[in-house]
Structures are given as C-alpha cells and as structure tokens.
Design a protein around this ligand. Structure first.
Ligand code: IVH
Length: 680
C-alpha cells in the first residue's frame, strides 16, 4: 500500500468507526456487531502504527466513544474516564502478562473480573450521600444523570461505615435480561422498535428525561473502580472490599490470580458460567491488583496500561433458512421471521429468528436457502447477524417482501421515517383484532384468564370482536363451545369480574393505543386522572407531561377521536371498568401504610394482582430488598438472591397466608392457580 492509499484507508476507517460509535453510544441502535467494530479499530491502530505521519489526536483510536446526547447538563469529570484495551485473542493476554512481568520489578497479582455489558457510570458521594452521577460522555465530561440514577434500586443514596468524605466510584449500569425482555415485548406490542440488546436498553433508559420512567425500567448497577486519585488503597481488591462494606453494589465474581494459567482458568470458567448470570457480560477484565504497580505502568490517552479486557465472541450458529413468515402485530406492524433448520445455540434449539424489518432484509440481502449466522443477545428470539455467502445455493430465492397484508390482503403502507411496514386495516384485519383482544387480557393490562387459544376461539366463533364483547359473554354461551366446562367458564367469568377493579392506568394501557405502553399510560392516567379529562385534552396539554412526545400525543388524540373507540369506552364503562384514577385508587385499608414490600415467587393470584392488593392496603411495592424493606412476601419458588439478601439484612420473609391474615376484610383467598386456560 502506498501512502496515498494508506491515508485514504485510514480516513475511511476513522469515518466508519466514528459513525458506528455515534450509533452505539448516542442512538443506542448499533448497526455493526461489537466484534466487527473491535476488528476495525484494531485495523486502524495497525495502520496508524505503520504510518505515524497520519496520526491524529482526534482519531477514534485515541478517544473514547462519546455518549453525550445534548439532553442533559454536561459536567467535567474530575479524573478522565477511560476505556479499556481489548482483545479476542488469548495470545494477547499472555503478551499483556509477559509485558507486566518484564516491566515490574516486584511480585504482583492480577484481579480478574467480569466485563459487564452495560453503560459506564461515575458516582460521586459527598459525606456519604449520593451527590452526582455522570455518564462517561467523551471521557472528559459526561451527562449529569443524577436524578435518574437515584431511581436505580440497588444504588444506595446513603453510605454506612467508615466511608471517605468525598468518594468517586465507577461502574456499569445494566439491564437484567428479564427486564430487557419485558421492555422489548412491550415496545413491540406498542409498535415501537425494540432495543437491539440489553446494553442499548440500559443506556437508552439511563438517558430518559423522566426519572419516574427510569424507576420502572428495572436497571441495576455494579461498581468496579475507585480512581486512585479519589481514595488511595494498597490494592484494587481492597478498594472493592471497602466499597462493599460501605453498602455499595460490588460483584463478588472476581478472583485474584497469580499467573497466566490462573487467568486462563478464570476465563474458561466464565466463558460458560456467564450463561447463567441474569445480566449480560461480554468478557473478562484483567487488572493488575497492586496500586504501586498500576502507577508504574500508567495510562495511554485512552486506557490504563495496567488493565486489559479479554472479550468473548458472541456464540454463533450457522443454519439454513427454510422459509420466511410475515407476522402481523396488534398495531398492524409487519415483522419478518425466518424459519430455520433447527440448530443448537447456547444450550437451546433455535428454529426461528427475527429479521426486524424489510430494511434489514435488504441490508443482509437474505435468500431462502441461505445459510445464516444466528446469535443470541439475551433476547427470547435470536437474531440473524450475517450470511455465509460461500454456502449460498444456486437456487436460493430472494424473498419478496409482501405488498399486501398476509392476513387480510390490504395493501401495506409505510410512513416516512418508519422502518416497518404496516397493515392499515385496523378494524378489519383479523390478526390485529385478535392481537388487540389478547393484549387486553394480558397480566399487565386487565389480567384476564385467557390465553391465545381462548381469544382465537372466541374470535373465530364470532363472540368477541372488541374487549367489551368479553363482558357480554354468558356462562351458557361458553359452555356450548368446544373444550369449555362449567368450571373453566366460571373461572373465566370470575377473572372478568375481578378485572373491573383494575386501576385506570392499566385500563388505559389495555385499550392498546399505539405508542402508549405501560409507562406512558401511567403518566397520562396520573396527569389527567380520568378518561373524560383525557378526551378533552389537547395535544399541547399532553405535551406538558414529561416524556409524552408529539408522536404519542397525536396517537392518543387520533384514537380518542374515533367514534368506534368512544363507543367501546362507553360500553366498557357501563360494564364497570375503572375510567378514573380517583375511583381506582380508593384504599381498602391502611394496614400496610408506610411499608415497603418486596414480592418474590408465585402466588394464588397473579403478581400484578398481588401488587395491586398491597397498594390497596396502603403498602408500597419495591423490586429489590434493602434495609428499608418491611418484609419479603414469598410465594412458591422465591428468588434465592432475594432470600439471601433478607437473611443478610435480617429482614422477615412471610408467606401468602400470613400476609393475608394481616389484611382486614380481605375476601377468602382465591386459590385458583394462575395459569392460562387450556381448553382443548
Ligand atoms: S475498569 C480505568 N472493570 O468496559 C479502567 N471496566 O470497554 C476503568 N467495563 O469503559 C474500567 N466491566 O465501561 C472496568 N469489571 C470492569 C468492567 C469495565 C465493564 C466497561 C467499562 C469500560 C469498558 C471498556
């Protein structure tokens, strides 16, 4: 390569990396895999080393990717917030250890830890109180997200023990897989684009402008670094032990290693054991443990010389595409799904993989018959990340994205700026109608005992077209249907009856207004207080609520203006559903007033119903056990982590029966196990 070609190549790589870094850190919607990004970065590093005349302090090789979004106040970091050198090659870890051995003239150890795959955070505690939280930003200054960080359940607002007066500690904000799946299911159901992985979801959630919404995202924090300039310790391990003693969340999954063999054993262990962790990790961080050795090795502009990350390659499988289905969601969004030749991946058999939208199909240039690479990134349904072109058969068929709805035949439409195609036949498309009926019954909505099969059957035999039809059903009608008996019909009708006390915010969510997920419905319900007030509200009034944007306001307006929706709301209201927050929030008693209660496991009623019961009696639900928890309400199979935490903090664990005995005038417990009605 001559120097002109080298310069062009260097500039092209810088541009590519900058663009992908922006998509990754700012938009939280990466279009390049981490592996490819890291490989390109290494390519650029090699070229810059070979052609030092083209070096530039602004090159992505010398700067950390910036997450600054412009929505928050920016503040300077007291000490630069750096990145880590990384490699996928164990040989380079051997070289790292050999180099350290050579440069350091005393014996030392390595502290090996998990590399948590979230978004970096810097916390500052003053006099033991959480004072400020900044994102990494560009390494020099970060976004001030203090208000949001205060909403993260395991970040203490106050430290205890012999904490220093001024403490700076850094770590990662994560979204556990369970919260991620819930969030994406909700987004998909609402017609919003799902997050690509838990990391993007964590980072997007940390940058929400409404802290109340952040509180509902189930974020988690783990801390792993106290800059030596902040508080000096003899070793990194000691710093982390002290941080844990002050009540800060620090992972215990770390080990002190004496040599490369012990490092390799740690890596091997976690390469498989990490699959059982409740959150995403993407490698192992190897840090030299002794602070004087860290000092001796120092830093480059971008990362410490005393630490390195070994990254795990995402697990991949390669398998042929048998066919492509086009699913119609309740909002009419069309999602292409590939049916695959079944293949083993991370311990499960994969048969289907999502393709997201037509743009992604074009980008991949996928054909039926192609062998595709599938990866699991914590999602329920794996993703297709690439195509093995070497295996493309001559007769592979390029799929035609449908022009009409695969269910009702209506021509599909795509609004400007939308990645997805939609079936506009909202009122006549059977898949959309069934999708809306099913959404209405889900736990987070009305919590009605009906699964997909029940909804399908009631639709097919003409008994349900809109949710209000459910409430007109009589036992006699149900018993006549195939698979129903007196008992199942009664249980179904009972659950409909119970749904009449579901609070307004969930009723609003259950209506299935596009873009109005659980949290937006809660915000609207709390702000306006009733459906009547919401019906009268202008879009401008809705926009006064934090986190209700123009798209949502327009969607609510459009929904409520339609006469058939107004008729439906009136029918539901006549059946006794809650259309005002005041009526719904009437307390049954104050038996649990001031008590923060954590629930875990399965109960005789759904978890949503249990939470509502706690609130009706004045209690507050909390998702994690802390010193403030009054007690843990444990059903069958409670989470072992929560039990352990209760034991550590001396917090009482009580069962459902004991709990119900605390409540006055609660009706005899409904012992019907909460399962989906199986009719056939
Ligand atoms: S230490 C000065 N430890 O990985 C060194 N970082 O790709 C500070 N990360 O920017 C970082 N787990 O956001 C450290 N156990 C761990 C980590 C970790 C994840 C993140 C961190 C860093 C990025 C580099």
């Amino acid at each position: 390569m001559d120097n002109i070609a080298a310069k062009a190549q260097i500039e092209a790589l810088r541009e590519l990396l900058r663009e992908n870094s922006r998509r990754y850190y700012v938009e939280n919607a990466p279009t390049m895999s981490d592996y490819e990004f890291d490989q390109r970065m290494h390519e650029l590093e090699a070229l810059e080393a070979q052609w030092p005349e083209f070096d530039d302090p602004d090159s992505p090789t010398h700067r950390v990717g910036s997450d600054i979004s412009g929505e928050f106040v920016q503040r300077a970091h007291r000490y630069p917030m750096l990145s880590l050198g990384n490699t996928y090659n164990i040989g380079e870890i051997e070289e790292f250890a050999a180099r350290a051995d050579k440069l350091l003239d005393r014996s030392f150890t390595y502290c090996c830890e998990l590399k948590f795959d979230g978004t970096a955070i810097c916390l500052n505690y003053r006099d033991g109180k959480l004072f400020r939280a900044l994102t990494r930003g560009d390494g020099e200054k970060g976004d001030d997200v203090t208000r949001n960080v205060r909403m993260i359940a395991n970040i203490p607002h106050t430290l205890h023990g012999d904490f220093p007066a001024d403490l700076e500690i850094r770590g990662e904000i994560l979204m556990p897989y369970s919260a991620f799946e819930e969030l994406n299911a909700e987004r998909e159901a609402d017609g919003d684009a799902p997050f690509a992985n838990p990391r993007n979801a964590a980072s997007g959630s940390l940058k929400l402008t409404d802290p109340q919404e952040v509180a509902h995202r189930g974020l988690w924090c783990t801390l792993y670094h106290i800059p030596a300039e902040s508080v000096a310790f003899a070793t990194h391990d000691e710093a982390l032990r002290k941080a844990a003693s002050w009540g800060l969340p620090v992972s215990e999954d770390r080990r002190l290693c004496r040599n490369i063999d012990e490092i390799k054993a740690f890596i091997d262990h976690w390469d498989t054991a990490r699959r059982d962790l409740p959150y995403a990790t993407d490698g192992i961080v190897i840090k030299i443990n002794e602070s004087d050795c860290q000092r001796a090795l120092g830093y480059t502009a971008k990362s410490p010389r005393w630490a390195v990350a070994y990254k795990f390659k995402a697990e991949q499988a390669c398998t042929p595409v048998l066919s492509i289905d086009y699913q119609v969601g309740r909002t009419g969004a069309i999602t292409p799904v590939a049916n695959l030749e079944p293949v083993q991946l991370s311990g499960t058999v994969v048969k289907r993989a999502t393709l997201n939208n037509s743009d992604q199909m074009e980008l991949l240039d996928i054909r039926v018959g192609d062998s595709v690479f599938v990866e699991k990134g914590g999602e329920i349904i794996p993703k297709i990340t690439g195509i093995n072109l070497e295996k493309r058969p001559a007769d592979a068929v390029k799929p035609d994205f449908p022009k009409t709805c695969p269910d009702c035949g209506t021509p599909l439409v795509r609004d400007e700026g939308e990645a997805r195609w939609f079936c506009p036949n909202q009122d006549g498309c059977p898949m959309q109608i069934k999708g809306r009926l099913l959404h209405f019954t889900t736990r987070k909505a009305m919590d009605i005992l009906a699964g997909e099969a029940t909804v399908e059957q009631l639709y097919d035999c003409g008994l349900a077209r809109t949710p209000a039809d459910f409430y007109d059903l009589r036992k006699q009608q149900l018993i006549c249907l195939e698979g129903w008996q007196e008992r199942s019909a009664q249980r179904f009708l009972d659950s409909l009856e119970q749904s009449k006390s579901v609070p307004f915010e969930r009723v609003l969510y259950a209506l299935g207004i596009r873009h109005v997920g659980e949290t937006k419905a809660r915000a609207l319900a709390r702000h306006f207080g009733s459906i009547d007030a919401l019906m009268e509200a202008t879009e401008a009034q809705m926009l006064e609520i934090e986190d209700i944007g123009a798209v949502i306001a327009a969607s609510v307006r459009e929904y409520l203006e339609k006469s058939q929706h107004r008729r439906e709301i009136e029918r539901l209201r006549a059946h006794g559903l809650q259309f005002s927050a005041a009526a719904a929030s009437e307390a049954a008693s104050d038996a649990l007033a001031g008590k923060s209660i954590v629930i875990s496991g399965n109960f005789s009623i759904s978890r949503e119903a249990m939470k509502a019961l706690i609130e009706r009696h004045g209690g507050k639900n909390s998702s994690s056990v802390s010193a403030k928890t009054a007690f843990l309400l444990a059903g069958s199979k409670p989470g072992p982590e929560k039990l352990k935490k209760c034991e550590q903090l001396g917090i009482a664990v009580i069962d459902e029966e004991t709990f119900r005995a605390m409540l006055p005038e609660e009706k005899a417990p409904n012992r019907v196990a909460e399962e989906q009605l199986t009719l056939f």
